[in-house]
Design a protein around this ligand. Structure first.
Ligand code: NAD
Length: 449
């Protein structure tokens, strides 16, 4: 099938390469010329495990271009995977999506067979209906169809999640859902060829192909992210109670997670969620509820808890060190989670700014996100070339992102490097063997492991 993917970010590029892996003929479009040039040269615009290798493997099925008539006019399916960032009031900014749609409609005006527009961006309920109205305005209603196909991939595991999804959700009419089934057949029926079987998760049973109305598909994406964010904020509140009553949140989480009605995922206590999705999608869902006359109180609490949880490490640090002015603090990890260099809404940023505002000297390290972070942090922040350099002579270290580089540190080395071997573990990531001889505190687990 001929597929065009508009937007070559995390979602677009992963979608494109997965479609190429299924041997569809894929054109990737982006307004960012530099990105397109780099992709054409084989350089990735961001870090995502396995993406570069898969693009190389399927280079004959992929091409990278800036917007043009040729990029869209012959496509059977056109995916939209452009950003929908939050406006200051929390509402999703749909400017990129609507300008991409307008451009596409201009270009496909001459096409005869039906084209299916597939929206993968996370958008408010009713967006597909709005696109439909634009299609009618230009008189293309007999030739262009709109579907919602929300994306559930996780950065850092994007390829695996796309080839081995829990579900493929399509909101649209019979024609579109059948065409999309054909497109996704390799994944829906798990019939694709090696080598990607190596990524198959243990116990994976294949995806469910779910066809619903467009509004339900659009809302399901927000509901999924809000629910996951709620689990995180819930366990973080339990962790804060644990800290006050001397219980261990890892035990509590493990016990409640064994209940099949609850499940064990997303019950790791820490300093809260970040990234490009959970913060913006929770705010967007609250905005959608609000503007439709519903006060979503639970979601407001989820958001509020997450805001304050980011700074809980600072409180712990002050309890141990007192005044932070002049203290040398190392921050280990900048990206919002391991496996990605994405810094959007990363908890590291408010933590670093809070440290600086209290007069601390801050040294940071991240295995992949330093280049991106340099232009975003104040000059007074020192970028260490290694975790070892970051820890040297430090009065304390904060584990903000649980990269393996930090969780595998030898405690003897840490003791010899740091002025005071105090580790505040914002992700409860260190094991007992890694904290031997250290002054250690996690979130909701006290000082031991
Ligand atoms: P991104 O910011 O990484 O990429 C978006 C890309 O779209 C950019 O390269 C940008 O240059 C391009 N773009 C903008 N306007 C364009 C236009 N008119 N024509 C062509 N290209 C254009 O975004 P992302 O993280 O991939 O997210 C895309 C959407 O998917 C968002 O709605 C997001 O909420 C949703 N989503 C993201 C994830 C994730 O983990 N990142 C997961 C599920 C859903």
């Amino acid at each position: 099938m001929k597929v065009t993917v508009i937007g070559t970010g995390y979602v677009g590029l992963t979608t494109a390469v997965s479609m190429a892996y299924l041997e569809h003929d894929v054109t990737c479009v982006d307004v960012d010329e530099t990105k397109i040039k780099q992709l054409d040269l084989g350089n990735m615009p961001f870090y995502e495990p396995g993406l570069k290798e898969l693009i190389q493997l399927r280079q004959d099925y992929l091409r990278f271009v800036t917007p043009s008539r040729e990029a869209v006019e012959h496509a059977d399916v056109i995916f939209f995977a452009v950003g929908t960032p939050a406006n200051s009031d929390g509402s999703p900014n749909l400017t990129y999506l609507f300008s991409a749609v307008a451009e596409t409609l201009d270009f496909i005006r001459t096409k005869n067979s039906p084209t299916v527009l597939v929206n993968k961006s996370t958008v408010p309920v009713g967006t597909a209906d709005q696109i439909d109205r634009k299609i009618k305005e230009v008189g293309l209603e007999d030739r262009v169809k709109v579907t919602s196909n929300p994306e559930f991939l996780r950065q850092g595991r994007a390829i695996q999640d796309t080839l081995y999804p829990d579900r493929i959700v399509v909101g649209g009419d019979e024609y579109s859902s059948k065409l999309l089934y054909e497109l996704y057949a390799g994944i829906a029926e798990q019939s694709f060829q090696p080598p990607m079987q190596a990524l198959r998760p243990v116990g994976y049973r294949g995806p469910e192909y779910i066809v619903v109305d467009r509004r339900s598909a659009e809302l399901a994406k927000y509901a999924a992210n809000a629910y996951l964010a709620m689990k995180i904020s819930f366990i973080n509140e339990i962790a804060n109670v644990c800290d006050r009553v001397g219980a261990d949140v890892t035990h509590v989480a493990s016990i409640i997670g064994k209940d099949s009605r609850i499940g064990s995922s997303f019950l790791q206590a820490g300093i809260g969620y970040g990234g490009s999705c959970f913060p913006k999608d929770t705010r967007a869902l609250r905005f959608i509820a609000d503007t439709n006359g519903y006060d979503f109180k639970l979601l407001s609490a989820v958001i509020e808890v997450n805001q304050s949880q980011k700074l809980i490490m600072l409180e712990k640090l002050q309890d141990r060190l007192g005044e932070l002015s002049g203290k040398q603090i190392s921050v280990l990890g900048l990206s919002f989670k391991p496996g990605t260099d994405d810094l959007r809404e990363a908890p590291s940023f408010p933590i670093i700014h809070a440290l600086l505002s209290q007069g601390a000297k801050v040294r940071v390290h991240d295995p992949v996100a330093m280049d991106k972070a340099m232009s975003l942090l104040p000059e007074s922040v020192h970028f260490a070339v290694s975790a070892t350099e970051a820890l040297f002579n430090a009065d304390a270290a904060l584990i903000v992102t649980e990269w393996p580089e930090y969780t595998s540190l030898d405690p003897k080395d840490v003791v010899s490097l740091m002025r005071r071997p105090l580790i505040i573990d914002g992700r409860n990531a260190l094991q007992a063997a890694n904290i031997h001889g250290l002054e250690y505190e996690g979130i909701g687990i006290g000082s031991k492991r």
